[in-house]
Design a protein around this ligand. Structure first.
Ligand SMILES: [Zn+2]
Length: 234
């Protein structure tokens, strides 16, 4: 019970950090979130939606613009829930921590791809480093499995990217390599297949609903990380 409460609290704090990273990392910066209107660095209490709401400070102290947005609220709610899932599906504290870290990284990758249409190399690099530590410490599938997942998923997505002629970004391909290493063979290619189907269905629905044109950029990372998260928790 203590572990569950602890992980939910850590998840909430992680959610606040993820919001800061999602706001600043795409511009190559790290630090507190800025007001989107006047670009003033917001005070610490305004970095959390929950704290800002309780403290009655939902507006920028400089320009008065509302600083609480939908994504910030969602991330501060979803991250503790993901940490809760990581806790109840893990049979050791180490597994729980690795799952929570990867779920946080997946969420960050999805947000940045949705908002900025890119998958950041530095985030993928951190994910790969964590994967190497996880494989080395025996929490993740062994080296052979990770290497097979890495090569198979990366190669498949490279081929799809070449055939698709620009439908997939290089970020999606790099992400697939990293997800392949994290999940390992045989889970990795199965998760990738689900991701491709999920993305294909979602894009088709959006095109049919005229919310998206075939020429538009499609953020594909969210469709790749959702099945990867499910397989990670399996
Ligand atoms: Zn402002």
């Amino acid at each position: 019970m203590i572990q569950i409460v602890g992980m939910v609290v850590v998840g909430w704090i992680t959610g606040i950090i993820l919001n800061m990273l999602a706001d600043r990392l795409p511009a190559g910066q790290v630090g507190r979130s800025l007001c989107q209107t006047c670009e003033t660095i917001l005070p610490w209490e305004a970095q959390s939606v929950l704290v800002a709401t309780v403290a009655g400070k939902q507006n920028c102290p400089s320009c008065g613009q509302r600083i609480v947005d939908g994504r910030k609220i969602a991330v501060e709610i979803v991250t503790p829930l993901l940490f809760l899932l990581a806790t109840v599906t893990s049979n050791s504290l180490a597994a729980c921590i690795f799952r929570a870290v990867f779920l946080s990284i997946f969420l960050l990758v999805a947000i940045i791809d949705l908002e900025h249409h890119k998958v950041l190399n530095k985030v993928l690099f951190v994910a790969l480093l964590v994967a190497i530590v996880g494989i080395g410490s025996g929490v993740l599938p062994p080296w052979r499995s990770a290497l097979l997942g890495f090569v198979i998923n990366g190669t498949l997505m490279t081929i799809i990217a070449i055939i698709g002629k620009g439908a997939l970004g290089s970020g999606d391909v790099k992400l697939s390599f990293v997800l392949g290493a994290i999940l390992g063979y045989p889970a990795a290619p199965i998760a990738l297949a689900y991701g491709i189907i999920l993305g294909g269905v979602a894009v088709s629905v959006l095109v049919l609903a005229k919310k998206l044109s075939m020429r538009d950029y499609t953020p594909y990372a969210p469709y790749l990380v959702i099945p990867a998260a499910l397989f990670l928790l399996h």
